[in-house]
Design a protein around this ligand. Sequence first.
Ligand SMILES: [Zn+2]
Length: 468
Amino acid sequence: MGTSGTGAPGTADAAAPHDARTKNGTDNDLRPAHFHGTRQLLVPELLLLPDGPVRGQAVLVDGGKFRAIGPAEQLIAAHRDLQPVRLDGHLLMPGFVDAHHHLTQSFGKAQSFGQPSEIFKTVWEPLEHALDEESAYLSAKLAALEALRGGFTTVADAGTRAPVDVGAVAKGTEEAGIRCVLSKIVSTGTGGPAHLARWEGHPLIHPSLAIAVPEDAPGEVIKKTADMCAEAGAVLQIHVNEHLASVERSLKSVGRRPLEHLHHVGALGPHTLGAHATLLTPSEMRLLADSGAAISYNPVASAWKGNGVAHATMLAAMGVRFGMGTDGTRGDGFRLVDAGETAQRLAYGMASGDSVCGAGRTWLTHATASSADALGLGKVTGEIAAGKAADFLVVNLDVPELTPSYDLRWELVRLANRDQIAAVVVDGTLRLWHGWPPDWDGHALVARAAQLGPEVVRRAKLQRVEPV
Ligand SMILES: [Zn+2]
């Protein structure tokens, strides 16, 4: 068990007890200590680059970034001061990027099962209103730990409704060690500039602004917020066209569908990130493509509570920018990409005889590099490239599920599991080793959440439809 507190990841004693987990014949003598220090020369069996997996390549990590990628022999010869870390039987791949999450909803996740659409009114708003500083922090840290275990190295929080300072959410994600696009809800038209300035230069927190849904704010506030984000290089997060009820409310109140309304008020641009977009007309898809706005495709949210599935293969063909998000459903990157492909196949591929539905590469790319791009972090993370943050996973490939291998990217989408993730590294620092933090007590966090979570749910007095 790791020690509690914020001990430096470099402390070998904190990591030592986990070494026993590596003695399974597949990890050889790979140890957490191999990922310590500011400079590492990693030589994986396979490296997942933007164009696909390659052999015989190494990566140099220095100061939290990938500094060089190239033929292993060349890099080893050029850096004789470094002991190469051989990751035989392992893939080094970019961490998943969750383009849409609600970190302060983790205590009520299973409360949403079986509920009719627009759960935010009956479950999420009361739940978040029942949080205080301590429980909001704990909820965010629990969600961050779950996300890291599922292979996410970045999560985007869409803005909490909890009556607390968003610093509580930042504290949770920062302590867990995940990169976070942290939103503040600014539907009243105030607080935006202060929030955008507050996290300047922070290595793991990237500020963003949010308006939960277009109907929450006047058009001029939405437009002003979008402009503010564009100027600051941040994104405006907003839920659009998710449920039929909200599309129809928008038609009745402003005479336009939510996405058309965003366009009409001048808020649709490259710094706008719409969540869900499950109910789009062809002309709304055209508006997205022409404006450069991005959306988050959230297939598990569609399965659990949706009125539709975003037509992601169509959006890809039209050149619409999109990432992939969990919406706080389950923090599991491999199951997210699997759901992403399956949902397209069932909702659209069968009807058109499309048995490929983007193949594996589409979903891996959209859950990593394209998600980072949708979040305005395209220059920061999402792929293994020189100059980008060392946010990556070390995945065990020596498993029956991936043997023999013919198309690794498709196999990762359909067959891989989070229990194959040996290491999760964010900003060059080892955050998880075989599913648990090497330098703080993840089990104690889970125990505390098991105690406090139900208390919050009781206080929230949720109005649930009891499934039979
Ligand atoms: Zn959402």
